[in-house]
Design a protein around this ligand. Sequence first.
Ligand code: NAI
Ligand code: MG
Length: 360
Amino acid sequence: MADVKKIAVIAGDGIGPEVVAEAIKVMKKTEELFGLSFEFEHGLFGGIAIDEEGTPLPQATLDICQRADAVLLGAVGGPKWDNNSKELRPETGLLGIRKALGLFSNIRPANVFDCLKEASTLKPEVLEGTDLIVVRELTGGIYFGEKFRREGANGEEAVDTCVYNVAEVERIVRQAFEIAQKRSKRLASVDKANVLETSRLWREVVNRIAPEYPDVELEHVLVDNCAMQLLRRPSSFDVIVTENMFGDILSDEAAMLTGSIGMLSSASLGEGSFGLYEPVHGSAPDIAGQGISNPIATILSVALMYRLTFGYDEAAQAIEDAVKEVLDAGHRTGDIAVDKSKAIGTVAMGDLIVSALKKA
Ligand code: NAI
Ligand code: MG
């Protein structure tokens, strides 16, 4: 029996609780199959926390997360809270939790399930074999730099500044090298070193660290070229590491290779093995409460948790294989179904994946 791992569960709003419930079912089945052991502690987060506690991120929830080994998050937000003041918006809780937990990177896999290739806008032969991860820096760069307006010689001007320090680049680049080591040992560092000073620093740091990972094949790719290559030959990438804004754009581009937002998992990591795992999608208020949401993004986030936080690679693979098996058998939730009349619901999809789980 493995030691007990503490999981903080913050399901949030809208479809969050529905998809998280299916992910927990999958985790419980892997406990049986692989001798794992989890202790789940639930916390209020987002809109529901605003309604019940008057804040999107109650201290009690933060405490639960801080004593956990990993966090499983559903999604937050909805029209009910859209007109609230900034402190009383669910999304403020998201920024707050990342900061409080020291999460500085966002990991987004994009892998194409063969049987869903028809759902993508790209040609199947272009998508063949696509299985990549975008590692995005989350705490620095132009999104967090000083910003202001001023009166210039030709009227009003706006200024955004982009700042990166060596330590910020080092920690994310090391993390990306380590992830690449566990995969196919190829790392693409994406920058704009032909024009940006922050990118030149970024590239210097990457080159300085690279010799520590001699088994990883490194290439530098300019961001504009990377955007093109993602559409032309996505399968040539394995791990992509990049700064905040480039990562925001490239991870959304990479996500669309796979077709549906209901399939996309993510992780946010800090120092050490702790991580927060969540589907890329939001709370989908348009379909919340109908039992038709796709739980696969959240279930695949669990597989990511098993690999990145716990090193439970065998159980992670079993989850990914079970998802593939269920999709290959033709089962679809509405978002990925070609024939919507045959679509199955959230719980049915979760049950099928649980039944398909097995030890290799
Ligand atoms: P969304 O991702 O919630 O929904 C976009 C579209 O995709 C909708 O038509 C929805 O029905 C569909 N969709 C999303 N997930 C699905 C799933 N698992 N299965 C089937 N269909 C799915 O994005 P939207 O509509 O822009 O935002 C809704 C709310 O979610 C907003 O309040 C927004 O702020 C919040 N949000 C929260 C995020 C988070 O918690 N990390 C991330 C993105 C948005
Ligand atoms: Mg984005």
